[in-house]
Design a protein around this ligand. Structure first.
Ligand code: ARG
Length: 458
């Protein structure tokens, strides 16, 4: 069932019809399509392009249809070409010829552009809510673990002691940037394409500012060709979601490592773990692995759609219908992962003792030992060399630095005194680091207070 056909003498080939049809996926934004039509009809009525009676009848019937779609008493008939045809036909079935006036001064090109924008605005809000929840979860972990010492890594080798609050604070910053990217995208895309027509605007005296206003936009987009062919904001959002997924994937990867028998830094809750069909002892971090794995499909949607758009001449081309399926999938994937990651973190146990033990071994205090010498007047480069020798010696004795006797220290350099033990104690290593952004307890508390302020605005 088509909205067109007048200039055709033969029916569409069935395969062509099926290939071309989009209702199976554009029914996703049925609500936005109907709301967009209600806005359009209000404007047509205000401009006296439709009479009051016509406008009121169409609006009332569209609201009924919206209601029925929302409470699922009206089934969307997938034999229609797209959601726009289904809604318009349903309207005409109910009110006859008056319904045929709805599409006055409008094309499916500006209609679909409007639907996608309305839909995307709703989706950005949902993503935002989920991101804020994740940020709040991380914030709670940070507050609880200002004193939880763990090793920080570079090259996945133990580097220097930090705290769990500090480590999670890095993710707080990443997700905070993700949140601000959402905000920026929303600001840039918040312009209404309705009234662009097929590409050239229309001859009717449409009030585009009014339509934009009642549909909740900042204003109308200023070029009708761009109005129907701009999909930049989808690419921006796919890119922002890819970055979110990348951040979630990095944290998931760390949780997988931390959950291993070798590390035992965390225990994933039973409710967020899965078992093996053959190995009875297994408790697997499948959710972390799936978040890491699903990152690929969101990147895929971004690359796919960038490629779709790259050669398109202005204005509308049917290629653009390909903006939907992978985009919807990317949105569902990202929203699902945000929710699961947040809930999983809430239920995770952090094993403070194991973390601290790990931070204490493996020469994580070697930099602080060098700094100790610097404080006693040794130039840093020389201090670095001395501690290098000390580490080599300690490895040969199968000891950590703080297990060496003062005599052993002095054999390498007589600058060492008894106060070295205090200086290289893991607690000292952490808490002496109090410059902005560092892991020391005092600084962490300041950052947590700033984060608390930031979260208050939501
Ligand atoms: N299903 C189409 C899309 O998603 C709607 C616009 C159709 N416009 C057209 N001129 N065929 O892009």
């Amino acid at each position: 069932m088509n909205l067109w056909g007048g200039r055709f003498t033969k029916p569409t080939n069935q395969l062509v019809y099926d290939f071309n049809a989009s209702i199976k996926f554009d029914k996703t934004f049925a609500g936005q399509d109907i709301k967009g039509s209600i806005g359009h009809v209000k404007m047509l009525t205000k401009q006296e392009i439709l009479t009051q009676e016509e406008g009121q009848l169409i609006e009332k019937t569209l609201k009924e249809i919206l209601n029925e779609v929302e409470n699922e008493t009206l089934e969307i008939d997938e034999s229609f070409e797209d959601i726009h045809s289904f809604v318009e036909s349903t309207l005409i079935d109910r009110i006859g010829d008056t319904g045929k006036k709805l599409h006055t001064g409008r094309s499916r090109n500006d209609q679909v552009a409007l639907d996608m924008r309305l839909y995307t605005k709703d989706q950005i809000e949902m993503l935002n809510t989920l991101l804020i929840d994740l940020l709040k979860t991380i914030h709670e972990i940070m507050k609880e673990h200002v004193d939880t010492i763990m090793p920080g890594f570079t090259h996945l080798q133990k580097a220097q002691p930090i705290t769990l609050a500090h480590h999670m604070g890095a993710y707080f910053e990443m997700f905070k940037r993700d949140q601000s990217r959402l905000h920026d995208i929303y600001e840039r895309m918040d312009y209404c394409p309705l009234g662009s027509g097929a590409l050239a605007g229309t001859t009717y005296p449409l009030d585009r500012e009014y339509s934009a206003d009642i549909l909740g936009f900042k204003g109308p987009c200023l070029n009708s060709i761009d109005g129907v062919s701009d999909r930049d904001y989808l690419i921006e959002l796919l890119s922002a979601m890819s970055t979110m997924m990348m951040h979630m994937s990095r944290l998931s990867e760390e949780m997988i490592i931390w959950n291993t028998n070798e590390y035992q830094f965390i225990d994933l809750d039973d409710t967020f773990s899965t078992g093996s069909s053959i190995m009875p002892q297994k408790k697997n971090p499948d959710i972390c692995e799936l978040i890491r794995g699903k990152t690929g499909r969101v990147y895929g949607a971004l690359m796919g759609f960038l490629t779709t758009m790259k050669g398109l001449p202005l204005a509308y081309n049917k290629d653009m219908q390909e903006d939907k399926e992978m985009y919807f999938d990317a949105l569902n994937t990202t929203k699902g992962c945000l929710q699961l990651l947040s809930d999983m973190l809430k239920s995770t146990t952090f094993n403070k003792d194991k973390m601290k033990k790990s931070a204490t071994g493996g020469f994580t205090n070697a930099t602080d030992a060098a700094d100790y010498l610097v404080n006693k007047g040794v130039p840093f480069r020389d201090a670095h060399g001395i501690i290098g020798q000390l580490v080599l010696y300690a490895i040969s004795q199968n000891k950590d630095l703080d297990e060496l006797s003062l005599e052993e220290f002095k054999n390498i350099s007589d600058v060492f005194e008894d106060d070295v033990y205090q200086a290289i104690d893991v607690n000292t290593c952490v808490n002496k680091r109090n410059t902005i952004g560092a892991c020391g307890q005092e600084m962490m508390k300041k950052v947590i207070a700033l984060n608390e302020e930031y979260l208050k605005q939501f």
